[in-house]
Design a protein. Structure first.
Length: 63
C-alpha cells in the first residue's frame, strides 16, 4: 500500500525542486496518506539522475 501511495504521489502531486547534486536533480513531494479514516503526512525525497527520466525514491518520513 505504501509503495502504491508513494508512486501515485510522485506522479500526481507537486514535486518541489530541492537542488542538484553530482548525480542529478532532487525533488520533495509531500502528501497525505489516508487509511481507515486516519491521515498521516508523508514527506518523500526523490532524484532524477542525470541521463535518466524516471524519478527514484531516496528517502521518506512520516511527519
Amino acid at each position: 500500500m505504501l509503495r502504491i501511495a508513494l508512486l501515485s504521489a510522485a506522479r500526481d502531486e507537486e514535486a518541489l525542486p530541492n537542488g542538484t547534486n553530482p548525480y542529478g536533480q532532487r525533488y520533495l513531494v509531500d502528501f497525505d496518506l489516508v487509511r481507515q479514516d486516519k491521515a498521516v503526512r508523508i514527506w518523500s525525497a526523490w532524484i532524477v539522475r542525470i541521463g535518466e527520466d524516471p524519478p527514484r525514491l531516496t528517502s521518506g518520513f512520516v511527519l
